[in-house]
Design a binder for this molecule. Structure first.
Ligand code: ADP
Length: 813
């Protein structure tokens, strides 16, 4: 079961670990795929940017081309600056494209474009410089320069218009130009120019003009050639750029397709991965579900089995408990009789052999009684039926009483008994004195049993346990055989004893400590053991107790003689005749008059007729039980305050339960007569009572020649036992009387002496006033110097009195 529980836990942990591992792997893989995917998207964006830049460059080139044409058409050199700015921006754009291109073809193309732009620029610059030159020196200046070179006399001419008209076969435009040139020459050479030279000047002009014209034409051609080259260059560059763009577009498209494939691949991979992970997770979940369900059903099976076992065990326990209860109850009564007989027998003058047998008998019956009581306690403890009471008590008194009841007065072992107790223990505390006494009795019994020499110390103190609670701590320390470490582990278990030798030597049945520990636990206390073999043991227990609110400091007092309450009357209710007799006997001991009846209904009848000071009632009775009787009494106005004492053999009802029901007190049967007398005295508000039987003999018994009070104490209040003892006494006395008669006839003085010795203790027990002195004289006849005749007549007198007494007792029986 434990294994299944652990295996379920392990499987759940393994399942969770695997699920977490899978989640981490899935997260990591998806994260990486996402990284790859976003990388691809970034590249895609770069290509787009490149395409945009290439587009920009082409547009720029178109603009530059139109600017070129414009400059060529207008020869407006001013616009060259705008052209240069455009070209610079184109180059910057192309450089940007270059930086983004890692493809060799593209890089080559970009380089060649730049070279082309460069050469175009150079061409254009040359063209511009030509334009500039032409602007600086026009046709007029050229012609004049030429003229200056060819004739020094061109300044002396007159009547230029006329002469120019004479220039033959000249077209009007040339004529106009020549005239203009001459005008310009006139302006320059007014003083030097003469009419004579004018014709030759005109001719010279003409020649010069022709040359200049020729030169101009050549120049024009050159320019046209340069312009054409420039335009061609532009076309080439534009084509190159288009190619480049196409190449970029192409590579981008290819790349795009490749990236699309890659991203599709990534998406496919991710999707596949997610499917695989999901499948694995599902598989793991199913496997673990299966395993855990298997385990759970297994543990459920175990649980059902356990529950069945538990029910079976409980029924066994119940059966055991009722068996123990029946056996122990049925054993206790005859055991008490056996013990009573044994005590009685002991006092009948036994020989050594008989004493030895009796000793065995007593030990065995004590042993059985002890076992029966322990078994009863154990079954009550196990069934949770042991009731704990809270009563005021003085721990010191309790400890001292317990010690004196256990350690024999004539202790053969000569053990030193050391009692150390705190003054605090004199105070009154609330707790369960009966159970505490039981614990201490067990520990002290063991200490005494297992210690052959040395000492037994009983240390006790009151300690503070928390703020409100106090604790009674008692240690029983002996110098006995001690307990081994191994044995200490099992010492508090039922039927656990030392080794076989210890068991043989010291006896016991291994229940004492188990009961002790259970009672301590029931009282919320603790027990601790320290022991070393051959050195001794220390049993320390602590029990929580409360300080009683009212403190009664008991003083040591002289026993107070019993008072005779002749003016008080008691009603005794019990369906058991022997019990009725016993209780009546006890009541008459203290001179109370009484009435008896057998059930509650009869008691009520008697209550109507007579006046009583106290009722003593049994609980379980036919017709009306003790509780009902009490209820009726409490509800009746006339005698509602009448004190009622419960006397019951029930073991399942506690003192406090009786008190709660309204009883003035309670006693468990069989009770000790002294206990009932004490209770009656306390309820009838009479001072502390200690029964002095000599003085307590009722008047009628005082006059009688015998008393049963001692025997009743022997029988521990059990009337059946008392009568059984009396019967045995009568039978044995009859035998003794027969023997005495024979001895008288045979005049056997020694036999008479021996028989008197044998019979004397029992008659002392019976307080036989007349017989005891006779038997005593016969036993110690030497002291009285009697002759045979006197002895024989005294014996006969004794026989007569004894026979009278036997007759009286038989009537009583
Ligand atoms: P019992 O004494 O009836 O056998 P207990 O439960 O009282 O049963 O004790 C169990 C065992 O513990 C004893 O048999 C004995 O071996 C050991 N034991 C108990 N008290 C002492 C002690 N004071 N010194 C040595 N041995 C002890």
């Amino acid at each position: 079961m434990k294994n299944t529980k652990r295996s379920i836990t392990l499987k759940i942990i393994a399942g969770y670990t695997l699920a977490i591992l899978l989640a981490i792997i899935a997260f990591w893989v998806i994260y990486r795929q996402f990284g790859n995917y976003s990388e691809i998207t970034k590249i895609k964006n770069d290509n787009n940017e490149k395409l945009v830049l290439v587009g920009e460059a082409i547009t720029g080139l178109y603009e530059a081309e139109s600017l070129t044409r414009n400059i060529i058409q207008t020869s407006d050199t001013e616009k060259f600056e705008a052209y240069k700015i455009k070209i610079d921006s184109i180059i910057t754009t192309i450089d940007q494209v270059g930086k983004m291109s890692f493809d060799k073809v593209q890089s080559n193309k970009i380089d060649s474009i730049k070279i082309l732009i460069d050469s175009k620029n150079k061409n254009f610059e040359k063209l511009i410089s030509i334009y500039e030159q032409r602007k600086e020196k026009g046709l007029k200046e050229n012609v004049i320069d030429q003229l200056k070179k060819s004739s020094k006399e061109y300044g002396n001419y007159l009547d230029l218009d006329k002469r120019i008209k004479n220039i033959k076969k000249q077209n009007p435009a040339t004529k106009r130009l020549v005239k203009k040139l001459i005008d310009w020459s006139k302006e320059d050479n007014q003083e030097r120019l003469t009419n004579q030279t004018l014709d030759s000047v005109a001719n010279h002009f003409y020649k010069v003009l022709i040359e200049v014209e020729e030169k101009e034409r050549r120049y024009e051609r050159q320019i046209t050639a340069r312009e054409n080259k420039l335009l061609k260059n532009d076309q080439i560059i534009t084509r190159q750029l288009r190619d480049l763009m196409a190449a970029i577009e192409d590579s981008e498209r290819k790349e795009y397709v490749a990236k699309m494939e890659r991203s599709n691949n990534i998406l496919d991979k991710t999707a596949n991965f997610i499917i695989i992970i999901t499948a694995i997770s599902l598989l793991i979940a199913i496997i673990f579900l299966f395993l855990i369900t298997k385990d759970v059903s297994k543990s459920q099976k175990y649980r059902n089995e356990l529950e069945a076992e538990k029910i079976y065990k409980e029924s066994l326990l119940k059966t055991r408990e009722s068996l123990i209860n029946t056996v122990t109850h049925d054993l206790r009564s005859p055991l008490n009789t056996v013990i009573g007989y044994s005590d009685l027998l002991e006092k009948t003058g036994l020989n050594n052999k008989q004493k030895h047998y009796l000793d065995h008998l007593k030990k065995s019956s004590d042993y059985i009684l002890h076992l029966v009581n322990d078994l009863l306690d154990l079954s009550k403890l196990e069934a949770g039926r042991m009731v704990i009471e809270e009563l005021p008590f003085s721990p010191k008194k309790l400890i001292e009483n317990t010690i004196s009841s256990i350690i024999p007065v004539n202790d053969n072992k000569n053990l030193e008994i050391i009692i150390n107790s705190d003054n605090e223990l004199n105070k009154q505390y609330l707790g369960d004195p009966f159970r505490i006494k039981q614990i201490l009795t067990n520990l002290l019994n063991n200490a005494y049993k297992f210690t052959d020499s040395g000492s037994i110390s009983i240390d006790s103190k009151i300690t503070q346990n928390g703020l409100a609670e106090k604790e009674l701590v008692i240690s029983v320390i002996d110098t006995g055989i001690g307990i081994s470490k191994e044995q200490q582990k099992h010492i508090f278990e039922e039927f656990s004893q030392g080794d076989d030798d210890t068991e043989k030597k010291y006896g016991g049945f291994g229940l004492g400590l188990a009961i002790t520990k259970k009672i301590i636990q029931l009282l919320n206390g603790k027990i601790k053991l320290e022991s070393h073999p051959e050195q001794g043991s220390n049993f320390t227990f602590c029990i929580p107790i409360k300080l009683a609110k009212t403190q009664i400091y008991e003083e040591e007092s002289e026993p107070i003689k019993i008072q005779h309450f002749t003016n008080k009357k008691v009603l005794i209710v019990d369906d058991d005749h022997s019990q009725l007799d016993l209780t009546s006997e006890v009541v008459s001991l203290i001179s109370l008059s009484y009435d008896i009846c057998e059930n509650g209904l009869d008691a009520l009848e008697l209550l109507k007729k007579n006046q009583y000071d106290l009722i003593l009632t049994d609980i379980q009775m036919p017709k009306m039980d003790g509780f009902e009787l009490l209820k009726t009494i409490r509800n009746n106005t006339t005698y509602k305050d009448l004190p009622v004492i419960a006397l019951s053999g029930r073991t399942d009802t506690t003192t406090s339960e009786y008190e709660e029901a309204g009883f003035s007190g309670s006693l468990r049967k069989p009770y000790a007569p002294q206990a009932l007398i004490d209770l009656i005295a306390s309820i009838l508000k009479i001072d502390a009572v200690d029964l002095d039987y000599e003085n307590s003999i009722p008047e009628q018994e005082k006059n009688a020649n015998y008393s049963l009070s001692d025997l009743m104490l022997f029988a521990q209040g059990d009337s059946e036992s008392l009568y059984a003892i009396l019967e045995t006494f009568c039978n044995s006395t009859i035998d003794h009387v027969k023997e005495l008669k024979i001895a008288v006839n045979k005049q056997e003085i020694e036999q008479i002496k021996r028989l008197a010795h044998k019979m004397l203790p029992m008659f002392k027990q019976l307080k036989a006033k007349e017989i005891v002195p006779i038997l005593d004289t016969l036993e110690h006849q030497d002291n009285y110097e009697l002759n045979t005749k006197e002895i024989l007549s005294l014996t006969e007198e004794g026989i007569n009195k004894i026979e009278d007494l036997i007759d009286q007792l038989k009537v009583k029986n």
